[in-house]
Design a protein around this ligand. Structure first.
Ligand code: RAT
Ligand code: ZN
Length: 415
């Protein structure tokens, strides 16, 4: 046994601070994906979370807002949410944390000054700088073969940037097959709108080709709150006959992000999605019915969190991950992480960033690290009060599991 911990809070914080993170779900791209890689202050300010918020504090019409250039939108959001109001919502606070950690002088509140400073950094160095500040070793992208901007990159240079891993995202395939099958056809797969046996085989071939092309760590989809499985539907059939056999054969997880209600307010465009409580039976059925498949699941509604953790106690082929999107707020992260640690111990992936803009890695992880440290400290304190001494090495093991190794082990990647 190594030396006893004298200052628990400080030790936990230090361990959390120095453990680098594998961020398992982001919308970031390696720099060679060109315009898909978003960074900088104008992108930070026009994050869709902030667009939803600015509409609440101004009476600008949707058309007028969408008619502005990105820089004008950013100026508008800065003025309305940061100058005319106090920016304490989590998405606003995030911008402040990022600017502050990037060395901006927050006293001036001068957006043009921040813009000029941040824009003057060369992108590839900036990736390293931001990863470093955020304590992130690598991130998983969200890669969509149906995206016209993205597909050509995979068809030509691919990706060998070790800071960015791929995940094959298949929302269009599962949620709107009739609008994409002709594209798949045009790419050389003999698929038809009517999903017959031949189409199933060809869709499997399509999936395997793309998993290999991307070297995808997992296959992912976001699903609506009315998702049911199994059911008599095309989506259910595609999951059971295409996705699950392929994931089994390639030995990669199927990640389901359940509970989104797309386009609740279409005028908000990308900011217009909402959420709903989903059926936990879908998760139970799929984990029970396919024990040889691995599932990563996150759910969007707070109301689903406890039952999801209970399902994970029943099925070791289920890895619960992240406090997703509307749950990525301090009060909810604390509540959900505490509950998960109590039900699942160390066997969860407590958080992913969902960063869409490079600089967001800084604040998303700053904020989450602090909360996870607080929750862990309480759990360690309870054990110590009961007479169980914990060493710094044990803490390091636990935090490494939470931040990287649970994911790697679940995927059977090298630790
Ligand atoms: O959190 C978000 O940015 C959402 O818009 C979604 O991208 C969500 O995370 C998703 O992956 O569908
Ligand atoms: Zn996402």
């Amino acid at each position: 046994m190594t030396q006893t911990i004298t200052n628990l809070r400080q030790t936990v914080e230090e361990v959390i601070q120095r453990t680098s993170i594998l961020d398992i779900h982001t919308h970031l791209y390696a720099p060679h994906f060109g315009e898909l890689m978003l960074a900088g202050v104008d992108e930070l300010l026009t994050y869709h979370y902030l667009i939803a918020e600015v509409m609440r504090v101004s009476d600008i019409s949707y058309d007028e807002f969408w008619g502005m250039t990105k820089q004008e939108q950013a100026d508008f959001i800065w003025k309305k949410l940061f100058i005319e109001n106090t920016p304490y919502s989590e998405a606003c606070r995030g911008v402040i944390t990022a600017l502050s950690r990037l060395g901006m002088n927050l006293q001036t509140r001068d957006l043009n000054e921040y813009r000029a400073k941040i824009n003057s950094t060369e992108l590839s160095n900036y990736v390293d700088e931001v990863f470093n500040l955020a304590g992130v070793e690598s991130v998983v992208m969200t890669n969509d073969p149906f995206d016209e901007q993205e597909r050509p990159i995979w068809e030509t240079v691919g990706n060998d940037d070790p800071r960015f891993h791929a995940a094959l995202r298949i929302d269009p395939l599962l949620n709107s097959y009739s609008s994409v099958y002709s594209k798949i056809q045009a790419w050389g797969y003999a698929v038809e709108e009517n999903v017959n046996e031949k189409t199933i085989q060809e869709l499997q071939r399509f999936m395997k080709d793309w998993i290999s092309k991307m070297n995808a760590l997992y296959v992912a989809v976001s699903l609506p709150n009315d998702f049911i499985f199994p059911e008599d539907s095309l989506r259910s059939r595609l999951i059971s006959d295409v996705i699950l056999p392929v994931c089994r054969e390639m030995n990669i997880p199927f990640a389901m992000m359940i509970g989104v209600k797309r386009n609740v307010n279409p005028q908000l465009k990308s900011a217009g999605d909402g959420l709903g409580k989903a059926s936990i039976e879908a998760v139970e059925n799929i984990c029970a019915g396919y024990p040889k498949n691995k599932f990563m699941v996150t759910m969007l509604s707070r109301e689903n969190q406890h039952e999801l953790a209970v399902v994970a106690r029943k099925f070791r082929n289920l890895m619960v991950f992240g406090c997703w999107w509307f749950l990525n707020n301090p009060s909810l992260i604390e509540e959900i992480t505490t509950m998960r640690f109590e039900l699942l111990g160390n066997s969860v992936i407590p958080q992913h960033s969902d960063a869409r803009i490079l600089d967001q890695l800084i604040y998303k992880w700053d904020h989450s690290r602090k909360i996870i440290a607080g929750v862990l400290e309480k759990k360690y304190q309870d054990l110590m009060d009961a007479g169980w001494e914990i060493t710094e090495e044990e803490m390091e093991r636990d935090v490494a599991n939470l931040f990287r190794d649970n994911f790697k082990r679940f995927l059977e990647l090298e630790l």
